[in-house]
Design a protein around this ligand. Sequence first.
Ligand SMILES: Nc1ncnc2c1ncn2[C@@H]1O[C@H](COP(=O)(O)OP(=O)(O)OP(=O)(O)O)[C@@H](O)[C@H]1O
Ligand SMILES: [Mg+2]
Length: 325
Amino acid sequence: MSELVFDSVSVRYGRMTAVDGVSLTVPAGKVVGLVGESGSGKSTLARAAVGLSPVSGGRVLLGGTDVRQLPRRRPLQMVFQDPYSSLNPRMTIGESITEAMPRGAFPGRAARRAEVARLLELVNLDPDRAEHLPGQMSGGQRQRVALARALAGQPDALIADEITSALDVSVQGAVLNLVRSVQRQLDLSMLFISHNLAVIRYLSDLVAVMYLGRIVEAGPAEQVLTDPQHPYTRDLLDAAPSAHKPLFDLEPSTTADAEPPDPHHPPAGCRYHPRCPVGPLVRNDRELCLRADPAEDAAPRRHVAACHFSESGGHEPAISRGASV
Ligand SMILES: Nc1ncnc2c1ncn2[C@@H]1O[C@H](COP(=O)(O)OP(=O)(O)OP(=O)(O)O)[C@@H](O)[C@H]1O
Ligand SMILES: [Mg+2]
């Protein structure tokens, strides 16, 4: 287990900044749940850590080492949403897993086969599956293989990007239980990305909320989910389906339904102000939000929210709060 640190990471695609100076720490052996609406930059941030998106600023550190300088052993692994495209259809499960093992770690075929069997058992699959092709397996089974393959790299940290969203609801729970038990057993540091707040609540020690390329709130899971400080987090929680709410709310909420702003032209001041239910749209004494960016003057603390008025619509501006954790 090692601490995974995103240190002011920025990613640009052309002139669009998809991730804008994000600082986020996944403490050693802990799970950080990352939430935020589609297009907010969650996958781009995650992919930056494994060299799959173009980092234009900042760095990612694992156990204090810049990930670009990590040795051949692959201590940082990622599991993706789509278990159908993440495995080579022409390689057997055993070959795919063996390929991901650190070079030289298991000399001899017998040792490698034993390791494949151990990994398959770890993800609750029959070791006989090693001979199968991905096409002979269900989505849930493939996702278990993708996890086994990631674990074959003997990682200290794991990034999971929407790993259950492509799966049938009936197997999502089992895969989540598996991920949680493996994370605990191996003491992995994990960044877990999901749209589903119930899933985030179930797995996470800490929660970070992303909006338009920035982390707008972060802190201990219980605090963020039960006492959200940022209006965007409150909107996300309000929008989440719950057993007590009708499937379709006939009373439209004021501003949360507004179109997400264009990431090519993020709003000035607070990026959430055009949709904020406690901002200048509804209160004319809040022009501060139009001109000042609350993400500036970052001040590290346990539970942070990049909002000038983070105490649910209080009248006095809170101290400008940054969102680096
Ligand atoms: N390869 C790419 N080239 C250009 N733009 C990209 C690329 N990948 C992502 N983007 C853009 O970057 C922004 C962030 O996308 P990203 O996929 O990281 O969002 P996300 O939060 O993971 O969304 P979702 O919840 O839908 O998976 C979006 O505006 C997206 O269109
Ligand atoms: Mg994504």
